[in-house]
Design a protein around this ligand. Structure first.
Ligand SMILES: Nc1nc2c(ncn2[C@@H]2O[C@H](COP(=O)(O)OP(=O)(O)OP(=O)(O)O)[C@@H](O)[C@H]2O)c(=O)[nH]1
Length: 305
């Protein structure tokens, strides 16, 4: 029997991993395999989900809507050959992916016979939507979604939330859920027989729009110096995430930056090793060399005055 597939899409930092984590930890009793696609070679998302489930597979160094399509298909086939087979497959697209390209790949009749795309779940950061809504990539992600989940609704202004819901309903999105409330698993499955409209993928000149740096350091960092660097870079970094340790031995921390909101929280216990950090920005305003210099300046002994 064909295994249902949920494709989760949404802009950088929208809440895709958070949603998948909740799904993996839900008490539905389903055997779920998750395939996650991070931007870059340091696979933070897979590490974040690792604690939640076996069967989390990270696809890195590219984007599954373009350069990694072949990898996605190979990974799907290998997941499907597992015994016992998963009962649900969740694919997290990277935050820079256009879901239309992935949907086209999943329509392959050989794949479809074994794994049928059930629903494209689109996640929109409600607190960021009014700023982001004219972005063609954001629009493509909304257009390609069958159902919508609104994240960070508690952080958004009520009038912005109302405007967002109105805009989504104009676009024909009937199923819009608040991600800060429990979303029942059944709500993620489309009514039987519902046809998905074919959506054209964005032209692929977009791949050079985003750039990122990956940075690693063996040992703890000075917290205050790190915060200063992040404050300097704020405004040019769209998304940051990583695992870090700081002087004083408070343990490993998970760093999350979305737009101008940064947070540090205790990292999942099974994340070991060096400090590792990924920062992503738009090529027009994010200068990787300067960002790397600022980060390298954090290494003990190399601080410049
Ligand atoms: N308050 C609040 N925070 C959220 C919600 N959803 C996600 N977050 C936070 O937003 C940040 C990014 O969430 P992720 O789930 O990693 O976002 P993502 O879409 O997977 O990010 P990328 O894959 O890097 O594009 C994290 O700090 C989350 O804790 C939400 O509904 N409410």
């Amino acid at each position: 029997m064909s295994v249902p597939v949920l494709l989760v899409t949404g802009f950088l930092g929208a809440g895709k991993t958070t949603f998948i984590n909740r799904l993996l930890q839900g008490d539905h009793g389903l055997r779920i395999a998750a395939i996650v696609n991070d931007f870059g070679s340091i696979n933070i998302d897979a590490a974040l989900l690792d604690g939640a489930a076996e069967g989390v597979i990270g696809l890195k160094n590219g984007c599954i809507c373009c350069s990694l399509q072949g990898d996605l298909m190979r990974t799907l086939k290998s997941v499907l050959s597992r015994a016992p087979k998963p009962e649900l497959i969740v694919i997290e697209a990277s935050g820079v992916a256009d879901p239309a390209g992935i949907v086209q790949s999943l329509m392959d009749p050989v794949i479809w016979a074994q794994a049928r795309l059930e629903t494209v779940v689109g996640i929109v950061d409600a607190a960021d939507a009014s700023r982001r809504k004219s972005d063609p990539l954001w629009q493509a992600q909304v257009r390609g979604a069958d159902i919508m989940l609104l994240s960070k609704t508690a952080d958004s202004m009520p009038e912005d939330l109302a405007a967002l819901r109105a805009a989504l309903s104009v676009q024909g999105k009937r199923n819009v859920f608040n991600m800060e409330e429990p979303v029942p698993l059944a709500a993620l499955f489309l009514e039987e027989g519902l046809e998905r409209a074919t959506v054209a993928a964005l032209p692929h000149n977009d791949s050079s729009r985003f750039v990122y740096v990956e940075w690693e350091h063996d040992g703890p960092l000075d917290l205050q110096a790190f915060q200063q660097v992040i404050a300097q870079l704020a405004g040019t970094v769209l998304r940051g995430k990583g695992f870090l340790s700081f002087d004083g031995g408070a343990g490993r921390m998970l760093f999350q930056l979305v737009g101008n909101r940064a947070a540090l929280s205790p990292a999942p216990s099974d994340t070991n090793g060096n400090c590792r950090l990924v920062l992503i920005g738009e090529r027009v305003e994010f200068a990787p060399d300067a960002v790397l210099r600022a980060l390298d300046n954090l290494r003990p002994g190399s601080r410049q005055t």
